[in-house]
Every structure is written in C-alpha cells, then in structure tokens.
Design a protein around this ligand. Structure first.
Ligand code: FVH
Length: 289
C-alpha cells in the first residue's frame, strides 16, 4: 500500500542481498522512485519488474538520488563501493552491520552520513515489527526520516555520534542470542527428557513476555546504581542456577551456559551483592573480561 503522507523522493539502494531487496521493496511500496545497484545484477530483476530502475554502476546509482541507502555484507565492502565515487551532497544511510568505530570512521569521509541498524528480518521490513535506529548527521535524519519511516513502525535517532546505532545494534543482537540460547538450553533439556521442544515453547514465550516487562525497572536501577531486589535476590537466583546445572548434568546436556551465568552470580555474591536484585549483575558485565 502506498503511503500518501510521505513526500515522494528519489532513493537509491546499493546492495540487493536479502535485506537490500526488502528495503528497496519497501521504498517502492511507498511510491518512491527507487534506483538500485547490486554487484550481481540479476538480484535486481524482481525489483525492476516492480518499477525499480537498475543503475549500470555505483556512480550512476549515487547520481540518481539525493538519498543513498547502502546495505552490503560489511564495512569493507561499503568502503570498496563508495570510496571511488564522488558523493557530492548525497545523504548516505548505511544499514550495513558493523562496529561503532567503523561507523565513525566512515562518517569522517562522507559529508551527510547516517548510520543505521535495522532491527528486523527482511520479511519484517515495512511492518509494525521493524525498528530503525539511526545516528550521525541530524540534518540528514530530519530531512529523510519521513522516507526512512516507510521501513518499519518506528525510527529512533540516537544522536550525532555515528557510532551509536552500531552500538545499539550489537547490544540488541547480544540480547537476541542470549534469549535464544536460554530457549535452546531449555529445549535440549526437554528433548533429553523425552519431551517435544514444542511443548516447552509456549511456556518460554510466556516467560519472555514477563521478563520483557521487568526491563524498564531494571534499566532504572542500573541508571541509579542501586539494586534493591524487585523479583528475587541474587542468592535465590543462585540456588536455582545450581538446579539447572545439576539437571543438565544428569540429562547429559551441556552445562556451559548455566555455568557461565552462575559464575557471574558467584562473583556478585563474593562482592557482597547476594541480597541485591538481579540487575546488580550489570556490575559484572561492566568489567573487562
Ligand atoms: N538479513 C538480516 O536479517 C539482517 C538483519 C539485521 C541487519 N543485517 C545486516 O544487513 C547487511 C546485509 O545483510 P543481507 O542479509 O542482505 O546479506 P546478504 O543476503 O548476504 O547480501 C549481501 C550483499 O552484500 C553484497 N556485497 C558483499 N560484498 C560485496 C562487495 N565486496 N562488493 C559489492 N557488493 C558486495 C552482496 O552482493 P552480491 O553477492 O549479491 O553480488 C549482497 O548484495 C549485513 O551487514 C547484515 O549483518 C541483515
């Protein structure tokens, strides 16, 4: 469906992997004139059939639009593609995953540079599930936010430091992996006990919804540096961690993850934090490993 309220602009998408194709598709859906370029040109076929213009080179693609969105494998590829090209006054929005340092370095070379992290799978781009976090040029964000909003439900601007979007992106990925690893540990236990992972999944979903609701209070405690127990003390959590290790051992399931979690709690207790709430473990995460 075309978004009639967003101003129609010309946008270029460089990089048509799974994510780049989804981004270009969303811009087309919103009615923007969309120019695309990809190293392997055939990946543009479907987009061209939907109305995208295929540029013959990166230079041609950049020249076609005031807004240039780049989404390739890594920052080496971004530099390889953009370095030889005169970007002029183009606003470059780089949605490639990378480190904050790499984003800052690139920002130093591009006039109007916005780094972004698209918190979505390709299938979720343009839906209520997708969130785009951006940092870097405020002017570019303010000018093109109405266009970028077409990529998802929400756009978040974190500030002029171009590295912040990458920082949030790696933080969110870490959260995702930790959550998935916790689920996989539980699923491995269920399977070892002769149960289906499918029987564990609904309970896991419910539990994740509860835990998600705790985060604003945890964040407040972290910002205040004070951790009165909200749910249970670290001592209480620690006892349950021992149970998880014991049961994993007895079912022949890996104990690596629960032992790592318990080691953090052990260190917090050794620092006298056993009576504090779980958020106090941030002090362990805050130290170099
Ligand atoms: N897919 C996802 O769910 C995640 C969601 C969060 C953010 N990521 C990041 O997006 C970047 C691209 O990911 P992708 O899924 O689109 O990746 P691929 O499908 O593998 O496509 C890679 C594209 O990059 C092009 N490319 C790579 N190296 C070069 C190069 N040296 N010169 C020119 N283009 C290059 C590649 O071209 P081709 O192989 O088709 O010719 C694809 O267009 C990534 O940072 C994710 O972390 C996605």
């Amino acid at each position: 469906m075309t978004n009639q309220t967003a101003e129609q602009v010309s946008v270029t998408v460089i990089g048509l992997g799974a994510m780049g194709r989804a981004l270009a598709g969303a811009f087309l859906r919103e009615g923007h004139r969309t120019t695309v370029w990809n190293r392997t040109a055939e990946k543009a076929d479907e987009l061209v059939a939907r109305g995208a213009v295929l540029a013959g080179s990166v230079g041609e693609a950049v020249a076609a639009s005031p807004l240039v969105v780049v989404c390739v494998t890594d920052y080496d590829a971004v530099r390889e593609l953009l370095d030889p090209v005169d970007l002029g006054d183009r606003a470059v929005v780089n949605l490639t995953s990378g480190t904050p340092g790499a984003a800052r370095e690139l920002a130093g070379r591009v006039g109007a540079y916005l780094d972004g992290g698209i918190m979505a799978t390709p299938a979720a781009v343009g839906t209520a599930e997708a969130v785009l976090v951006c940092s870097g040029s405020r002017a570019a964000f303010e000018r093109y936010e109405p266009v970028l909003r077409g990529l998802g439900a929400e756009t978040v601007y974190l500030g002029e430091d171009a590295g912040l979007a990458a920082l949030y992106e790696v933080g969110v990925l870490g959260l995702m992996w930790s959550t998935l690893n916790g689920f996989l540990q539980g699923a491995a236990l269920a399977r070892a006990a002769g149960l289906d992972a499918a029987s564990f999944a609904p309970l896991a979903v419910k539990s994740m919804e509860s835990v998600a609701g705790w985060l604003p209070d945890y964040a407040r405690q972290i910002d205040e540096g004070s951790y009165p127990p909200l749910d249970a003390t670290i001592d209480v959590h620690l006892a349950a961690m021992r149970n998880l290790i014991e049961e994993s051992e007895s079912l022949g399931v890996s104990t690596e993850l629960p032992r790592f979690v318990k080691a953090l709690a052990d260190r917090a207790v050794a620092e006298g934090r056993g009576e504090e709430g779980y958020a106090a473990l941030v002090e362990q995460f805050g130290k170099p490993s």
